[in-house]
Write a new protein. Sequence first.
Length: 62
Amino acid sequence: MKNSTFIAELHTKLGAPSSEALESLRLLKAFLKLAPGQRIEVIEMVERLTAEYLSETDRPLS
């Protein structure tokens, strides 16, 4: 996205993205660059960490 006019129009219409949104996009971009096997490993790790967290707190994430 090097078209500064397009970016300026988006900024005017949508406002500036939050730092959380930018970090989420960076993480998604990095995740998509991984090989399929590596993606599965990341998903399994996140699921394991979530399960550990839930067992420690005994409460749902949402």
